[in-house]
Ligand binder design. Sequence first.
Ligand SMILES: [Zn+2]
Length: 109
Amino acid sequence: MKICPRCGSKNVDWIIPQNWSVWECKDCGYTGPIIDGDEKIAKEIREDYELKLKIEKSKSKKDKKDKKNKEEIENKETKYEETEDEEEIEDEEDLTDEEIERRLDELDI
Ligand SMILES: [Zn+2]
């Protein structure tokens, strides 16, 4: 079974007739060598990929939030809100990163 090494999808196509090693994944846009695996491997890769997406999402969410906070602070000029928001971000980030790292270690990829 051919699966995408990035996201574990089976929705992959061989795109270059002259080059057997280049495949394209229709789900995540990956191009390159494909791997041969079974349902179990596909599931593991997919879980790892979703975890990475989650990390990316939480990072971009944080960036957005930081930017928004800055704008709000500049607009309103209220100092007590700055402290409150910072604490909120730290708590959220600590929990998420810890959980993500723990799960990545378990996956051993
Ligand atoms: Zn893929």
